[in-house]
Design a protein around this ligand. Sequence first.
Ligand SMILES: C[S@@+](CC[C@H](N)C(=O)[O-])C[C@H]1O[C@@H](n2cnc3c(N)ncnc32)[C@H](O)[C@@H]1O
Length: 375
Amino acid sequence: MNLLQILTAASPLTFAEYMDTVLYHPEQGYYNRQPIGFQGDFFTSASGDGDFGELLAVQFRQMWQILGCPSEFTLLEMGAGEGETARDCLGAIAQTDPQCYAAIRYVIVEKSPQKRQSQGERLGGHAVTWQDWRDIPDQSLIGCCFSNELVDALPVHWVVSQDQQLQEVYLDITPQGIEERLGPLSRPEISAYFTTLGIPFPGPTYPSGYRTEVNLAALDWLQTVARKLKQGYLLTIDYGYTGDRYYHPQRHQGTLQCYFQHRRHNNPYVNLGEQDITAHVNFTALTHWGEEYGLQTLGMTKQGLFLMALGLGDRLAALSQGNIPLNQLLQRRSHLHGLIDPTGLGGFSVLLQQRGLTPEQIATPLRGFATNPRA
Ligand SMILES: C[S@@+](CC[C@H](N)C(=O)[O-])C[C@H]1O[C@@H](n2cnc3c(N)ncnc32)[C@H](O)[C@@H]1O
């Protein structure tokens, strides 16, 4: 069966169910068919040179030290894409700190079977295990759970204000095509989401027809991580806004976007299984529900500042002193600049939460969150 047939058999669907199917169907879904990176439809900080994973490694080593150099320190990567971060990060720790490397238990939680396979092919000799959440006992993890561009890839409910009533987008799908219709909310948590965050949607300040997304899957994910983490950090890197900016009355078409062959557009009903669909992350929701689930927010910064504080500036400086051919130098410089460009990857948010740390551990500033990158 092709995707349209699969969707037709399951119709009608909420938009969230539709997005889950077109992205993650075990055979036909986007993440099981298309690569991430320059040959795919979009690239991430992990694509290309290894700087992103190598600089994260600096942060993870410090976390391990803050926790007292335990003999087992779990790095749990969620949504590991093509496996570059795991490879680069483990490679850097192996080189710089064998004792830390020996303590690391690197675990990947990955939804896509195809991505698990390509991660396995990229890891070289590094030991990594793949686990499902149900196999990880509650309150068992000591270490750091982290993700890059996971939360933006979770399926979202699409909602519309109609005459100040909250309606949800449903899809009627036939072999002839996909038709949207509005209906009552599929889950009461959707309206509770706005009430809890104090966002007056769909009140009078929002025009009729205002459309936006609600990422309930992000809250489920957060609750799961909080349940599994015994002592350590949760580090979330992604693009997004605080709640008030996300749901600003002027953002009347929301943030949903699609990527097809490195072009961005806003039609999720074309290129079925061949294009990515994403929505920005509401970081206020992550901090608010994080606190509810027992995750204390320790800091939030931008990726550009975060990576500079971890040593990206030194890499840039070293380039001009090195003796490498000009074309390679320009390529390296452009890659490094890309990671910190405030209008691109450098503008991503980096959220740090913790659970189970002692007051002394909480008070120890993490290097990536130093306000002065040279400090
Ligand atoms: C946009 S990609 C980012 C990949 C990688 N972190 C990077 O920076 O290149 C999202 C990744 O999350 C995975 N994913 C999506 N939903 C997931 C879930 N609920 N649990 C685990 N992995 C998930 C996807 O299969 C994919 O590997």
